[in-house]
Design a protein around this ligand. Structure first.
Ligand SMILES: [Zn+2]
Ligand SMILES: [Zn+2]
Length: 349
């Protein structure tokens, strides 16, 4: 089968690799769509210890079941599915309390397991989520970033009367905007460096604030009667965006840290203390958030189309390069088996 293989920092090649065989409790999927995740860009640059070459990236996927291993009961060949790519032990204290994302033995598709930037991928049958009728496989492949947003908003405990700031209008930031609006939060402010992304955030119903540090804070104050927001979401993860989140948050508020970028950040801790501002790390999603995201995509409460690019696997390297250079595409969906196959997969039903 064809696969886009990460060979070394900044090097990916499309080459023939052996098609994997599903073992006990596993299934083989023909991949329709495989989204490029921001978290993979540091891997592509060789700055992520989780991703070592040779490796097939890809954990945001949809496709159809092509074969099943023994013990993969109740899985139908041809079923349209997406995949929760965080594979956890299922037995530890975190797994049994529905916090699978904190499992010490967790594995991630496309990092510790071969991913979906390939015509076929093997996943555990327990990771499958059926794609609801009427939801296109291209949209279903975005359940994973949407789940990150559902989880972040749930952990924030935000109420409809509260105001929110989202810094970083990439896919997760844009999904956070949609989830907040779906929760009835009416005052949703967004900051991003990129004009296209600001326009998309605005079209979704957010109020765009200016991006420069001083301007951002001035705009947040004028939008919140001088108080600051109750909850700030950092979906970028730089020293600057984290600092701005703290500065823009009202006393008693929370800063939700989602973006993984800078490992070390200096923050005004005295401001946090005097304002009783809580910092909350947010990682991935639990299974319930993943299912909610998929259901909301199917119901049309969530969904990104603006700036979403579909590309063949052969163009994958080019897109990783462009995204590293700051291309504003909202999401790049690779079609590992090509356009015809992606369409065929839809028509196969
Ligand atoms: Zn992702
Ligand atoms: Zn576990």
């Amino acid at each position: 089968m064809k696969a886009l293989v990460y060979e070394a920092p900044l090097v990916m090649t499309v080459r023939d690799v052996e098609r994997p065989t599903p073992g006990s409790g596993e299934v083989l999927l023909r991949v329709a769509y495989s989204g490029i995740c921001g978290s993979e860009l540091s891997g592509f640059l060789g700055q992520n210890s989780l991703r070592t070459p040779p490796l097939i990236f890809g954990h945001e996927l949809s496709g159809v079941v092509a074969a099943t291993g023994s013990g993969a009961v109740g899985v139908e060949i041809g079923a349209r599915v997406t995949v929760n790519p965080l594979v956890s032990c299922g037995r530890c204290e975190y797994c049994v309390t529905a916090r699978h994302q904190l499992c010490r033995d967790r594995l991630l598709l496309g990092a510790s397991l071969p991913g979906s930037n390939a015509e076929y991928v093997v996943v555990p049958a327990t990771a499958l989520e059926p794609v609801p009728d009427g939801l296109e496989l291209s949209d279903a492949s975005m359940a994973e970033p949407a789940a990150c947003a559902v989880h972040a908003v749930a952990l924030s405990g935000i109420g409809a009367e509260d105001s929110a700031l989202v810094i970083g209008a990439g896919p997760i930031g844009l999904f956070i905007v949609q989830v907040l609006l779906a929760h009835g939060v009416t005052r949703v402010l967004v900051a991003d460096r990129n004009t296209d992304r600001r326009r998309i955030a605005s079209s979704l119903g957010a109020t765009v604030v200016r991006d420069g540090d001083a301007e951002l804070l001035a705009d947040v104050r004028s939008e919140t009667q001088g108080r600051g927001v109750q909850v700030a979401f950092d979906a970028a993860g730089t020293v600057t965006t984290r600092t701005n989140c703290v500065a823009a948050t009202a006393p008693g508020g929370r800063v939700m840290l989602i973006g993984l970028h800078a490992d070390q950040t200096t923050l005004p801790v005295n401001t946090l203390i005097r304002g009783e501002i809580a910092l909350h790390g947010v990682f991935a999603y639990n299974p319930a958030a993943f299912r909610t995201a998929l259901a909301w995509l199917a119901e049309g409460r969530l969904g990104l189309r603006d700036g979403v690019v579909e590309a063949d696997l052969e163009d994958g390297l080019g897109w990783y390069q462009r995204l590293v250079e700051g291309d504003p595409a909202t999401k790049v969906l690779l079609r590992p088996a090509g356009l015809a196959a992606a369409r065929l997969v839809e028509a196969d039903r």
